[in-house]
Design a protein around this ligand. Structure first.
Ligand code: F0G
Length: 405
C-alpha cells in the first residue's frame, strides 16, 4: 500500500498524519498492490457480509482490531421498474445510501476515517459540514469514545442532521458564513497536532466510500453499470466511486467502467461551469440551493472529480431546485424511496434529459440516492399537500373521499 500525491507523485508515510501533499499541496490517494490482490479477491470477499469491511484488503487499515463500525454499507440496489418506465429506461437502479446507519453515504467513509484516527491515536475529530458529514462523524466518534467538533454554516443545515449531531454528543459550532468558510477554518485548525480532520480531503475517508462501487458491481451480478449518476458537492464521492470502478478493472474483475455524470444544483455549480467551458473551476462565493447538502462553491476534490468525469467520457450537468423537488417526490411516489433533495438530483437530471439520446433504453443506469429524506422533513412538507382535517367519524371521511373523485 502506498499513499501518494496525485499531482507530484511523491509518497507520504502511512503513519504521517497529513491530508495533502507536504511538498506541493496536492490531493493524496492510496494505491495497493493490485497484482498480488488479484490472486485473493474476490474469493476472500464471499464469506463476509455485504458492506464496507467485506472489501478489507482494499482499505488502508493496518490494525483491523481497532475497527469502529456500526453496520455501514450493504445498502439496497433497487431496480426501479415503475420510474424506469416513465423515463424510458429498462435498467434503472437506485443505490439507496439513505439506509446507512446515520442515513447517508458518509458512514462508509467515517468507519475507515475514524478507525484511522484510532491508529493515529488522536482524540479530537473535526469537520466542516453541510449536515451529513457532521451527523456521521458524531456517531462514529461516539462509538469510538472520541471528541467531535463540527463546524456548520449557520442556519443552513437541515433540521434532522442538526438533531443527529447534537444527540450523538458533538460540539456543534455554527459559523457565520457558508460551508466553504467552515472548511477553510477546519483545515487551518487541523494543522495542529490535537485535531484530526475528517472532511473528504482526508484520503482514508474516500477509501471507505469507494466500496459502494464494489457493492454495485456485485449487486448487478458482477458487472459495472453503463452510467453512474451522482450528486456533487465537495466532489469527494464521485471521485471515490470512480476509484472503486477503476480498482475493479485493475483487479481484472471488470473491463467495463461506467460513464460518470456529476449533478450539481444550478445555484452551486462551479464544476458544471468549468466542465462546459473546458477550464479549471473558479470558486463561487454566493451559492444557494434547496439541496443544502450540496450548497458548495469551492469543491476541494475537484481535480479528482474532473479527472473521473473526463476519463469516463461522462459529464457534469446542473438541475434547478424545482426539478430537484419534483424528482424527490417522483422517486418517493413511484418507488417508495424517500431521499433528501440532494439525493434526488440524479433523478432530476434524468427527468430533465429524458428526451436526449445520450442514454440507450437498454443500458444499465445507477443513480445514487445519497441521503435519507427524513433528514430534511421541512422541505418535504413545504412542497407537499397539507393533511386534511376531518371530523372523527367515517361518514365525513367518506364524504371527503367522494368529493375527490
Ligand atoms: N449528497 C448528500 C446527501 C451529501 O450530504 C453530500 C455532501 C453530497 C451528496 C455530495 O457529496 O461532497 O462528496 O460531492 N455532503 C457534505 C457534508 C459536504 O458536509 O455532509 P460530495
Amino acid at each position: 500500500m502506498r499513499i501518494y500525491c496525485i499531482e507530484c507523485n511523491s509518497s507520504v508515510g502511512i503513519m504521517d498524519k497529513v491530508y495533502t501533499c507536504p511538498k506541493c499541496g496536492g490531493l493524496l490517494d492510496v494505491e495497493y498492490d493490485y497484482d498480488v490482490l488479484a490472486e485473493t479477491v474476490p474469493k476472500s470477499w464471499f464469506s463476509r457480509p455485504l458492506g464496507v469491511w467485506r472489501y478489507g484488503e482494499l482499505l488502508p487499515i493496518l490494525n483491523r482490531t481497532l475497527r469502529v463500525s456500526i453496520g455501514e454499507g450493504g445498502t439496497r440496489l433497487v431496480h426501479c421498474r415503475r420510474l424506469g418506465e416513465k423515463l424510458k429506461l429498462k435498467n434503472l437502479y437506485v443505490k439507496d445510501e439513505g439506509s446507512n446507519p446515520t442515513g447517508s453515504f458518509k458512514d462508509r467513509g467515517m468507519t475507515v476515517g475514524v478507525t484511522k484516527a484510532l491508529e493515529f491515536n488522536v482524540k479530537n475529530l473535526i469537520c466542516a459540514s453541510t449536515g451529513n458529514t457532521s451527523s456521521s462523524l458524531a456517531a462514529y466518534a461516539a462509538k469510538a469514545g472520541l471528541n467531535c467538533i463540527v463546524l456548520i454554516p449557520s442556519g443552513k443545515i437541515a433540521l434532522g442532521k442538526l438533531a443527529q449531531a447534537v444527540i450523538y454528543g458533538a460540539k456543534v459550532l455554527a459559523v457565520k458564513g457558508n460551508f466553504d468558510d467552515a472548511l477553510r477554518l477546519v483545515v487551518e485548525l487541523s494543522s495542529r497536532p490535537e485535531f484530526y480532520l475528517l472532511n473528504s480531503l482526508n484520503p482514508y475517508r474516500l477509501e471507505g466510500q469507494k466500496t459502494a462501487a464494489f457493492e454495485i458491481y456485485e449487486q448487478l451480478g458482477n458487472r459495472a453499470p453503463d452510467w453512474l449518476i451522482i450528486p456533487v458537492g465537495n466532489a469527494g464521492n464521485i471521485s471515490a466511486y470512480w476509484k472503486g470502478f477503476e480498482e475493479l478493472s485493475l483487479l481484472g474483475l471488470s473491463n467495463l467502467k461506467p460513464k460518470m455524470i456529476g449533478v450539481q444544483s444550478k445555484g452551486a455549480n462551479p464544476l458544471v461551469r468549468a466542465f462546459k467551458e473546458n477550464r479549471d473551476p473558479t470558486p463561487l462565493t454566493e451559492v444557494e440551493t434547496i439541496a443544502t447538502a450540496i450548497r458548495i462553491g469551492n469543491p476541494v476534490n475537484w481535480r479528482k472529480a474532473m479527472k473521473a468525469v473526463r476519463k469516463s467520457n461522462g459529464l457534469f450537468e446542473d438541475v434547478n431546485d424545482e426539478d430537484i423537488v419534483k424528482a424527490q417526490r417522483t422517486l418517493a411516489k413511484t418507488e417508495g424511496i424517500f431521499t433528501e433533495p440532494a439525493g434526488a438530483a440524479p433523478i432530476a437530471y434524468l427527468i430533465r434529459h429524458r428526451d436526449d439520446d445520450l442514454i440507450d433504453r437498454d443500458e444499465v443506469v445507477v443513480c445514487v440516492a445519497t441521503g435519507n429524506g427524513l433528514k430534511d422533513p421541512d422541505t418535504a412538507i413545504r412542497f407537499s399537500e397539507k393533511p386534511v382535517e376531518v371530523e372523527a367519524d367515517s361518514r365525513s371521511i367518506l364524504n371527503y373521499l367522494r368529493g375527490l373523485s
